[in-house]
Design a protein around this ligand. Sequence first.
Ligand code: DC
Length: 231
Amino acid sequence: MHKITIAIDGYSSTGKSTLAKQIATELGYIYVDSGAMYRAVTLYALQNGFISENNFNANDFVMVLHEIELEFKFNPEIGFAEMYLNGENVEQAIRTMEVSSFVSTISAVPEVRYQLVKQQQKMGKDKGIVMDGRDIGTVVFPDAELKIFMTASPEVRAQRRYDELTKRGDKVNFNEVFKNVQERDYIDSHRADSPLVKADDAIEIDNSNLTLDEQFQKIMELVSMTLESYE
Ligand code: DC
């Protein structure tokens, strides 16, 4: 069967990764969470003293980018790949509020984007991939056969993120999460290099009032239509 590339972009906490995983499982495609790569680079910057008291020196940081090795390793127990930073599983460590607070700043650095986009394009060279992020349909895979742009109200997204963090035992308050969601939206959409914008040919889905199942059915219809057009 013809394999396609599926790009899923959108604001933070719109449920992109949940949806992308469901689609990848259904189609037997590779799933790549590009945000995990930006988060891992941010974790490295935090662990190695490049961010202190809210100061970040991008010029110094780009000099050490070559020291950062990112790898997705498949975990058969969960059925998906997990993020490894220089050989260490950082899947949990990259999802903290601290990383979330700095990830948009690090992601705005052109050299960081250049390195990660190159790796992402390599992962998708044989198609059969679902990748989610902010610039997948515009920059990483501008020729993707199916592009989805996900939105939901900031309140709904902050609540989802808050539920996710408290469920895993993190002590956070809702306002802090809400503020972080809004700040990331702003920085991600206003940066000079590859800002978050809907690709002209992306299909926009507002999932504020959709259940996971309704959303999945809707997207699978689009996937089927796209696949049929290649038969
Ligand atoms: O998908 P996420 O919320 O885990 O992504 C974390 C941050 O990484 C997001 O706020 C912006 C950045 N990012 C990006 O700039 N480009 C991508 N393709 C994916 C994520």
